[in-house]
Write a protein of this length. Structure first.
Length: 129
């Protein structure tokens, strides 16, 4: 999958009321996923949780202790869910489609790390709102 993407090539934002769950097309799901992550605090918490998850996974490999894998999943999902319930005021996409959501979490992480999605100003995002 090509992670580097020009979001300007996407069609207009999807109309949520026309979507039927589960969404079978991943590209359509990712556009939906991004609409569920407008709030900057929610995005920041996702990025923090994923970063903590990566650190815990690294620690699990270094120490060969499985408990760090569980700790990483807990940290990642806890941060994301606080972001959704506390700031975004919606249910996490992982409740609707867990596999696509997990992949999309990491895809959004990459897009944040490469400056395609902003943690400071939504106007700097390189995808349609």
């Amino acid at each position: 999958m090509n992670m580097q993407q020009d979001f300007s090539q996407h069609p207009a934002p999807i109309q949520l009321e026309k979507l039927q769950m589960p969404i079978k097309d991943y590209q359509q799901f990712y556009r939906f996923y991004l609409t569920e992550h407008h709030d900057l605090n929610c995005r920041r918490l996702h990025f923090l949780g994923s970063s903590l998850g990566l650190l815990a996974f690294r620690k699990a490999i270094k120490t060969r202790q499985k408990r760090y894998v569980a700790l990483g999943f807990f940290a990642g999902y806890a941060c994301a869910w606080v972001g959704h319930f506390g700031f975004e005021k919606n249910k996490p996409a992982s409740f609707k489609q867990p596999l696509y959501s997990f992949v999309s979490d990491w895809r959004m992480y990459y897009h944040i790390a490469t400056g395609q999605i902003s943690l400071t100003d939504q106007a700097k995002d390189k995808f349609p709102h």
